[in-house]
Ligand binder design. Sequence first.
Ligand code: MN
Ligand code: MN
Length: 450
Amino acid sequence: MIKESGWKIKSKEEIHDIYQFCEGYKRFLDAAKTEREAARFIEGYLAGQRFSQNAADERVFRVHKGKEVLAFVRGTKGLAEGMNIIVAHIDAPRLDLKQSPLYEDVDLGLLRTHYYGGIKKYHWVAIPLAIHGVVVKTDGRVIDIVIGEKEDDPVFIIDDLLPHLSRKTQDEKTLSNAIDGEKLCLLFGSLHLVGEEKESIKRGILKLLYDQYDIAEDDFISAELEVVPAFKARDVGIDRSMIGAYGQDDRVCAYAILEAIARTARPERSCLAIFVDKEEIGSEGNTSMKSNVLQIFLYDILEGMKIKADEVLVRRMLFSSKALSGDVNGALNPTYQEVHEKQNACFLGRGVSISKYTGHGGKSGASDAHAEYVGEIRRIFSKEKIIWQAGELGKIDEGGGGTVAKYLAEYGMDIIDCGPALLTMHSPFEISSKLDVYETFRAFSAFFKS
Ligand code: MN
Ligand code: MN
């Protein structure tokens, strides 16, 4: 553990390696702006790293509903001794289109949205936005949509009030009340369909959607269309030491796990990587950490190994496992230092951080790792000379947060929160330190090996 910036102790060659690693990370961020795109990227990557769908193989993966991925590497020790598990979530805060989104008003066509996860609504107005997702037709056909990513694609925007007119409506309200959820409507078009008297803009848009994408108005009902920032991951800082991008919470850990499991071969203990959905809305639903997908996957693994897959064995495997909940932390904000307790805060550039516990004031809702387990993690990290720090999220009564750790802890395994700290977390453009991204990857690799 260090109490100063990790950059100070990295050589020129090491800094070069860190920057190289982050080029791959940025490509992942650009290719994976939704949970479906992340799952698809991970699936393709694993397939290229000798992982297969065949549960009898030593490297096995499964994709669940296109939104969740599990990857397993068989160890030399017996499965009853447990696994080394690392989990990250691949969903991120965003705006979802409503099931009946399209309307026209004051000569403009607009789309209504319902936000997903913990956003600050003022972040989402007056920035270029893209639409990603799927539309499912009644005959089962799935139409993939990505609009706003290519250089010559149109983008979308949520109109904000001009300062000249916002005094009563916005400026005198509290920040969280200034923009109403129902006002997060996307500017979508303004041409009229010739010959139409009523709702000619809406009809014009629907005709265009039908001609170009084979989408009818009712098809929005069976669609998942996500509105995300239209910009790409970029280096931040004159020295390019940081990365700015949408969705780094928690695709930074997902990428680090992916690179770590891909390089893990014939470990002693079996390794399991879990890329899970729906963390940002409380891990609800059948692609979340609260679902039974993990058990079903482990039954498959056991059957593939010609071992009778019974509930008792799976429970014992999970009970004897040890895990990292790979998720981000909030880094000490340089200009709002007062919300942190500096002695226990995470600093950008001081390496991967571990949080013994999460939760809100009084550790409410926390996952609290045992001291013995924290000691073991310290031992693993120090053996591999990982640059790491220990920290909690903000001052005790300032707020707080949680991760999926507590849902895995229910099986009886040891688990601790571990990941890089971000600035402007949960904004459309989150900031990470390249050093922290790289050390997270190194920490996860060391854990899989342990
Ligand atoms: Mn997270
Ligand atoms: Mn989050």
